[in-house]
Write a protein that binds this ligand. Structure first.
Ligand code: KIV
Ligand code: ZN
Length: 516
C-alpha cells in the first residue's frame, strides 16, 4: 500500500440527495441516516440547507446535536441571511462547517444571477468572511465551475482563500464534464491559484452523462483531496457520485491512488439499505457494490473459478462492504433492554419510554409471526413506526380484506383519526387497491399515488415485506413506509404513514433556484 494522504469524504445524501424528486426525509429520518454515516466514519455530513424551510433548519440543528465524530455542514447561498441561518443551525455542532456558494459560469451569472463577474467575486468574498464569523471551517463552491472560465475561477478562488475559505469545492453542477478534462481543470486550478496550498480542493460531480464517479476519480488523481458524494448515488436529476463506488475504487486500487479514506467500509451496505428504505429509491440489482447481484456469480465457469480461488472473479470481498449473512439478532424471548440496546447500536435513540414501549410491543408482535429477527427487520420496524413523528393524525387500528378467485376484493378498515375511530370500506382491483381506497374514504386527501413498491427485507416467505408509498399533493411529495409479514397490512401502514407526513406542513426552497 502506497497511500500517504487522506481523502476526505463529504456526504451530501441529506442535502443534494434529498433534492432527488420524491426523496424527502423527515428530521428523525435524517438523524438516523446521519448516525449511520457517522458509524461509517464519513468525515463531513452535509445535513441540509437551513434557509430553505423551518423543517430544513430543524433537521440541520438536530443532526448537529446528535453527531459527534463527523463534521456537520450546512449549505448557504452567498447571502447574509443564508449564512446567518446556517451559522445558527450549526451552533450545537461539535465540529461545524458552512458551505457557501455562488454561480461563476457565464450562463448562470448572466441568466440566473444577472450579475457582473466583479459583483459575483465581491459577494463571494463577503460571504466567506461572514461565514468565518461563525466557524473557522468554511467551504466555498463556484457553482457550475465545470462550465466556468478558468481565469475567472482562479481569481475568485484566490480571493475566497484570502478571505478565509479552507475548502474549495469545484462542482460539475450539470454533469457536463469528461474525466480527462475535469481532472485537468483541477490540476490547473491547484497549479495556477497562488495560495492553493492553503485550502483543500474538493469536487462535486453530477451524473447526467453517467460520469460522476469517473470525474471524481480523475480529480483525485489530479490533486483533489475531498470528494462530495451520496449513498446510492442519490441526488439532483441523475444524481451525484456514489459514495460506495468512489470509496471502493480508491480502496481497491491502492496500487494506483496515493491517498485513501479512513471509512469503515463494512457499514456501506447497511447504510445503503437504510437510505433506500427511507427514501423509497430502491437500489438496482446490478448496481456496483450495493446491488443485490454485485457479488453473485451466475455462470458455472465463474462459480467454479470462485470456488477454486475467490480472486479469479472477485476484486473485493463482499464482507468488506458489509454484505454478510443475515445475522439473527433477537427473537421472541428477547427482552426490552436487549431490544433497546440493539436499536441503539443501530443509531436509534428513543425520544421517550413511551416511544420505546410502542416500538417494543410491535417488535413482540413481529417476533410472534417470525422466529428470527434480523437488523434489517428492526430498522424497518423503526422506520415504519415513525415513533417520534410529531404529527400522527392517522393510525391503523384494524384491517379486514376479502380476496377470492373470481370475486372483487374488498377491504374494511378502521383508523384512529385525531383520536376518534373512523371506518371505511371499499372494493378495488386487488386487496392493496381496496385497502388504499378504504383509507381514502376516511382521509379524503385526494393525493396522487406516485409510487408503490414492495421489497422483502430478508429471505424466506416469513420475511417482512417493506412497502414504500409515495404520495403527491399540490407539488409536495412524501414517502411513507410500512413493514409487516402481511404485505397488505404493510401497504396500509405505508399509506397511513405517507398521509401523516403530507399533513405536516413544510415549505422547501431549492438552493440552485434562489427561490427562498
Ligand atoms: O451541484 C452543485 O453545484 C451544488 C452546489 C450547491 C455545490 O450542489
Ligand atoms: Zn449538486
Amino acid at each position: 500500500m502506497n497511500a500517504t494522504e487522506k481523502l476526505i469524504i463529504f456526504d451530501t445524501t441529506l442535502r443534494d440527495g434529498e433534492q432527488s424528486p420524491g426523496a424527502s426525509m423527515t428530521k428523525d429520518e435524517k438523524v438516523r441516516i446521519a448516525k449511520s454515516l457517522e458509524r461509517m466514519r464519513v468525515d463531513v455530513i452535509e445535513a441540509g440547507f437551513p434557509i430553505a424551510s423551518p423543517g430544513d433548519f430543524e433537521s440541520v440543528q438536530a443532526v448537529a446535536r446528535s453527531i459527534k465524530d463527523s463534521t456537520v455542514c450546512g449549505l448557504a447561498r452567498a447571502l447574509d441571511k443564508d449564512i446567518d441561518r446556517a451559522g445558527e443551525a450549526l451552533k450545537p455542532a461539535k465540529s461545524g462547517r458552512i458551505h457557501t456558494f455562488i454561480a461563476t459560469s457565464p450562463i448562470h451569472m448572466q441568466a440566473k444571477l444577472r450579475m457582473q463577474p466583479e459583483q459575483v467575486l465581491e459577494q463571494a468574498v463577503r460571504a466567506v468572511k461572514r461565514a468565518r464569523e461563525y466557524t473557522d471551517n468554511v467551504e466555498f463552491s463556484p457553482e457550475d465551475a465545470g462550465r466556468s472560465e478558468i481565469d475567472f475561477l482562479c481569481r475568485i478562488i484566490e480571493a475566497v482563500i484570502d478571505a478565509g475559505a479552507n475548502t474549495i469545492n469545484i462542482p460539475d453542477t450539470v454533469g457536463y464534464n469528461i474525466p480527462q478534462q475535469f481532472g485537468e481543470l483541477i490540476r490547473q486550478l491547484i497549479e495556477r491559484v497562488p495560495n492553493s496550498d492553503k485550502a483543500v480542493f474538493s469536487v462535486h460531480c453530477h451524473n447526467d452523462l453517467g460520469l460522476a464517479v469517473s470525474n471524481s476519480l480523475a480529480s483525485v488523481l489530479n490533486g483533489a483531496r475531498q470528494v462530495e458524494c451520496t449513498i446510492n448515488g442519490l441526488g439532483e436529476r441523475a444524481g451525484n457520485a456514489s459514495l460506495e463506488e468512489v470509496v471502493m475504487a480508491v480502496r481497491t486500487r491502492q496500487d494506483f491512488f496515493t491517498c485513501d479514506t479512513t471509512l469503515d467500509t463494512t457499514q456501506i451496505v447497511p447504510c445503503s439499505r437504510l437510505v433506500a428504505g427511507i427514501t423509497g429509491f430502491p437500489v438496482q440489482p446490478n448496481k456496483a457494490i450495493v446491488g443485490a447481484n454485485a457479488f453473485a456469480h451466475e455462470s458455472g465457469i465463474h462459480q467454479d473459478g470462485v470456488l477454486k480461488s475467490r480472486e479469479t472473479y472477485e476484486i473485493m470481498r463482499a464482507q468488506d462492504v458489509g454484505w454478510s449473512d443475515n445475522r439473527m439478532v433477537l427473537g421472541k424471548h428477547s427482552g426490552r433492554n436487549a431490544f433497546r440496546s440493539r436499536a441503539q447500536e443501530l443509531g436509534v435513540e428513543f425520544a421517550s419510554e413511551e416511544d420505546l414501549n410502542e416500538t417494543f410491543s410491535r417488535f413482540k408482535d413481529l417476533a410472534d409471526k417470525k422466529h428470527e429477527i434480523f437488523d434489517e427487520d428492526i430498522q424497518a420496524l423503526i422506520t415504519e413506526t415513525g415513533f417520534s413523528a410529531e404529527n400522527e393524525h392517522y393510525k391503523l387500528v384494524s384491517l379486514k380484506v376479502c380476496s377470492e378467485t373470481g370475486e372483487t376484493p374488498n377491504a374494511s378498515i378502521t383508523l384512529l383519526a385525531d383520536g376518534a375511530e373512523k371506518h371505511g370500506s371499499a372494493s378495488g382491483g386487488g386487496p392493496v387497491d381496496a385497502a388504499f381506497k378504504a383509507i381514502e374514504m376516511i382521509a379524503e386527501s385526494n393525493a396522487q399515488l406516485q409510487l408503490y413498491s414492495v421489497n422483502n427485507i430478508t429471505s424466506g416467505t416469513d420475511s417482512q415485506g417493506e412497502v414504500t408509498v409515495r404520495l403527491e399533493k399540490a407539488g409536495r411529495i412524501v414517502n411513507g413506509q410500512g413493514a409487516d409479514t402481511d404485505i397488505v397490512i404493510a401497504s396500509a401502514n405505508a399509506y397511513v404513514n405517507a398521509l401523516n407526513k403530507l399533513i405536516t406542513p413544510a415549505r422547501r426552497a431549492h438552493p440552485q433556484l434562489g427561490d427562498v
